[in-house]
Design a protein around this ligand. Sequence first.
Ligand code: ADE
Length: 251
Amino acid sequence: MSFRFDVITLFPELVDSVVKSGIPRRAVEQNAIELHCWNPRDYTTDKHRTVDGRPYGGGPGMVMKADCLLDTVKAVKQHSTAKVIYLSPQGKPLTQSAVQRFAQQENLILLCGRYEGIDERVIDIAVDEEWSIGDYVLSGGELAAMIVIDVLSRLLPNVLGHEDSAEQDSFTDGLLDCPHYTRPERVENLGIPDVLKSGNHAEIAKWRRQQALGRTKQRRPDLLQKLELSEEDKKLLSDYLKSSSNEERED
Ligand code: ADE
């Protein structure tokens, strides 16, 4: 059973490029995902294949027309029963847990806007959910759709090897990731923390947890506020903060 993405876009070659390399490519090769792009220009009925129009009320920019978008959605729905997700800066902020929820379905329809946006009535009629990848304005929803495809690809069973499992990712447990090191043991004048060479797996796990807690507190206190920390986590965090404030004093 593969996860099917249907992407409605004026730039199918751009969206297709997400499965040309890396993990999403592996996901396609393993039949874990399928990507189908649909171009609204193919659902226009006028001689010039017009996909946009000037905004009612005036102002700069162009708005994507409702008719070709609704006809594209109709065509896609003959192949998919999925929810229609519209990518736009007005959407809810996309998070790892939102994508984990998407991954529980079997398919998604991703609608990408261009120009100043799409005719609002398309959203009223055909869109189930609206999501944003961040507080900035892209020139279109394509990069956002590619992000959804990339993030979701690595959550599907068997796409990542055992050695690079998604379970230990940042955000999976609500925390940022701990630091990582590989050979050589010295880079310029920097070594690696002794505990990582100790072979003591319990101590290593404890150190990683402490680093994740400490970095999250320092860099993203908003994430930490959402969590209920155990007594053990609280102790790890307060030790981390004590030693990092000592380091600051030594500097
Ligand atoms: N389209 C344009 N900007 C976007 C954003 N920030 N997120 C999702 N889709 C977009």
